[in-house]
Design a protein. Structure first.
Length: 158
């Protein structure tokens, strides 16, 4: 009996430990802007132009003018609004993809990501807590965009 209780407690502890491993810390707008600026990207604050009805509290557009690609960052009112925005963007990307050549999807803890490459386009969206990062660009820019996004996502793991 004692052994069964010990094993049950160990299982519960492992479940809580593994669940916590998936949690990430969302970037702030200042974090995103700082990282984008350090990469030489041009920053535009789109907050005033954002649709309040979608729960967007802050939106920043970071553009690589030399390579002609951009990444958007948005802070939403709460995690539920971010989950809905993530689902909406994923649906838009899937609808515009046609015959997808490659897709990836991750859903762990407070983090989700989805990417699709199709018809010469690379589309990506991720959610960490109440924030979104998203882009749609030509496939020729895919590696540059992925490098920048990877740096952003690495910062959420700390």
């Amino acid at each position: 009996m004692r052994r069964a209780v010990t094993i049950a407690l160990m299982c519960i502890i492992m479940i809580f430990t593994l669940t916590a491993c998936g949690e990430r810390t969302p970037l702030t707008s200042a974090d995103f802007e700082s990282m984008a600026t350090s990469e030489g990207l041009t920053i535009t604050d789109l907050t005033a132009e954002s649709d309040d009805s979608e729960g967007i509290e802050n939106e920043i557009y970071a553009e690589n003018t030399a390579e002609n690609w951009a990444v958007d960052f948005a802070v939403l009112s709460d995690e539920t609004a971010a989950q809905q925005a993530f689902a909406n963007l994923k649906t838009v990307f899937e609808a515009s993809a046609g015959n997808a050549t490659a897709t990836t999807s991750v859903n762990v803890g407070n983090y989700q990501s989805y990417s699709i490459s199709s018809n010469g386009q690379y589309m990506y969206v991720s959610r960490t807590g109440n924030t979104l990062i998203y882009t749609q660009t030509e496939s020729s820019n895919k590696e540059s965009v992925k490098d920048f996004i990877s740096k952003l996502e690495d910062a959420t793991k700390q």
